[in-house]
Design a protein around this ligand. Sequence first.
Ligand SMILES: N[C@@H](CCC(=O)N[C@@H](CS)C(=O)NCC(=O)O)C(=O)O
Length: 212
Amino acid sequence: MREIWGVGTPRSFRPIWVCEELGLDYQHHAIGPRTGETQQPAFTELNRKQKIPFYRDSDVSLSESVAICRYLAHQSDGATLYVPDTKQSVAKEDEWCAYIYGEIDETGLYVMRRHGDLGAIYGESPEVVSAAADYVARHLSVVASHLGEQETLMSGGFGLADIMLMSCLDWCIAYGVALPAAIQRYYETHAARPSYGRAMRINYPDLFEGDA
Ligand SMILES: N[C@@H](CCC(=O)N[C@@H](CS)C(=O)NCC(=O)O)C(=O)O
């Protein structure tokens, strides 16, 4: 049985979306960030990093959202999720995932979080938050110029790179970072996927409280 730990963050959203996209069964442990749940001894035993998301099945235990998603994506038959199968396409997808994770997520949006929402821990700094927002905007414009009229980052179809980008775009919207027109169009296209809607409800239940 697959098990996924983590709820409420763009990082936990990613493996949930991959499972929903592929129709993979999994047990979800909805432990949230900054709740103390990642510090509990039972979870620490599973993941010494005390971070979500975390994944386990009978063959492997994994932390790191990209690694978990890539492992899950390899369980795709290619029908709904594009999985690259040449050295070049694997490297191109890797390039997009590393770029989105390294520049937009970690260096941009997470810096905004550290010095904004988590300012009490890491130091509040409106200047840093604003500079990081500009940094994200700069890299979104690179992505927008690549996308142009394309629907997906990889020409082979919707895949892991898009799940990485979409999870960051939700985060941009929440943080008030404007999306360039090509990215707004791209965002609306993929936000209409039923699997995206299901994953949103599972990962961000608070947003849907009170819905029928
Ligand atoms: N590089 C990791 C980052 C994981 C991470 O930093 N998770 C945060 C929430 S987004 C976390 O679990 N923080 C500890 C806590 O909130 O208790 C990944 O992509 O999975």
